[in-house]
Design a protein around this ligand. Structure first.
Ligand SMILES: *Cc1c(COP(=O)(O)O)cnc(C)c1O
Length: 402
């Protein structure tokens, strides 16, 4: 069976109409729902009333439309949308783990995820082992009798390391564990569920929404798992209540239709910059270049037509070099000196001082994170050649190139 999936066509085939035939589904901004019969309401509380909505913390029609479209993109049976990416991650983890359980995670994860696993889950007596996720032997060695989950990101931040999802899925399933994957950096490019992951989580704040106008997240999984998190009596999502607002769901849904075009353009621009950085001998990390240690693995796993992603990192050695360079790039219009990613403008920040600052300095060193590492989320620039010329002029003026 081919591992390749076509998420763009799967999404294009989804038909969702508004109440009056609108091409966009109607927005349901209601917290609660009427029932014509008492029996149906009782059945709904027992999760037995098909197609009925009870209360919007549980399910909302607008959230259902967005969830169905995300499930089509992932090839999963179901999905549930959350108020942030962290809500998706923490809900999935707290659903899978009980007190006394153990998690094996990549040491390089999003800073918030790292902080949650390092500092927060201990209060539930959940243990965590941090491993180099590319070292499959160390993943295996970390598994214990109480392990429940292997956690990783398809593409990790900020070193852009690629997880071997089919191999990790095999390790997880041989040991009766779930593989939980954060695919925020590579929507459509990688389809973790198709590669063996059990649950896929997203920060939709980034590429999926692409507008930087909200925070939002998603959990894509089997019908069984989504039913479990939304169970009225025991579901983590239902009981902790991290649901996405339906007005926001509706605005995100309308941005899904351009996701494949945006991903391809982000990738095309990042690939162009990477080739240029190579030519001038700058230290850079881009998984779409043969010099990247995971290039072949990525090529093997990726879906066709969306490129290698919009994230690229360069190393200017020190934080003291990075600061004036980023300020000058912003001044000259390359993009914004800001955290986050997936925006139509280029965003850049010094990872060690910003998005990875939750990671202690010794671990930053171990990860190979240089203090001068600048992470770029490359925008949808129409004229990326011109953008490169400006970046180069900033480097020249600051004498960053030897
Ligand atoms: C931003 C991000 C998150 C957290 O998402 P929020 O929407 O900010 O809560 C999680 N994982 C990755 C990889 C991210 O980039």
């Amino acid at each position: 069976m081919s591992k390749k999936y076509d998420p763009a066509t799967a999404l294009q085939r989804v038909e969702q109409f508004g109440e009056f035939g609108g091409v966009n589904p109607s927005i349901t901004d209601s917290a609660t729902y009427t029932f014509l019969s008492e029996k149906t309401m009782i059945d709904a509380f027992h999760g037995e009333a098909q197609g009925c909505f009870l209360y919007s913390r549980h399910w909302n029609p607008s959230n259902k439309y967005l969830s169905d479209s995300l499930a089509a993109i992932e090839g999963t049976e179901s999905a549930w949308v959350t108020a942030s990416g962290m809500a998706a991650i923490t809900t999935a983890i707290l659903q899978l783990c009980n007190a006394g359980d153990h998690i094996v995670t990549s040491v390089t994860t999003y800073g918030g995820t790292f902080a949650f696993l390092k500092n927060y889950v201990a209060k539930f007596n959940i243990e965590v082992s941090f491993v180099n996720i590319s070292d499959l032997e160390s993943v295996k060695a970390a598994i214990k009798p109480n392990t429940k989950v292997i956690y990783t990101e398809s593409m990790t931040n900020p070193m852009l390391q690629i997880s071997n999802l089919p191999a990790l899925a095999d390790i997880a399933h041989e040991n009766g564990l779930k593989l939980l994957v954060d695919n925020t950096f590579t929507p459509m490019i990688i389809s973790p569920f198709k590669l063996g992951a059990d649950i896929v989580v997203y920060s939709m704040t980034k590429f999926i929404n692409g507008k930087n106008d909200c925070v939002a997240g998603a959990i894509c999984a089997s019908e069984e798992f989504i039913a479990a998190i939304s169970d009225v009596n025991t579901g983590t999502a239902m009981l902790l209540g991290p649901v996405l607002d339906p007005l926001r769901s509706s605005s995100i849904l309308k941005n899904l239709g351009t996701l494949h075009v945006r991903m391809a353009q982000h990738s095309k621009n990042a690939q162009y910059l990477a080739e240029k950085f190579k030519d001038i001998g700058l230290k850079y990390v881009y998984p779409g270049c043969v010099s990247h240690p995971d290039y072949e693995l990525f090529k093997d796993m990726m879906n066709e037509g969306f490129g290698f992603g919009g994230m690229i990192a360069i190393d200017v050695e020190t934080a003291e070099n990075a600061a004036p360079f980023m300020e000058l790039m912003q001044e000259r219009g390359v993009g914004y000196h800001a955290v986050s990613l997936g925006y139509f403008k280029t965003l850049f920040s010094n990872s060690g001082k910003s998005t990875s600052s939750e990671v202690p300095e010794d671990i930053q060193k171990e990860m190979g994170l240089s203090p001068g590492l600048i992470r770029f989320s490359v925008g949808l620039d129409f004229d990326i050649e011109k953008t490169y010329e400006i970046i180069k002029s900033c480097m020249d003026d600051l004498k960053l190139l030897k």
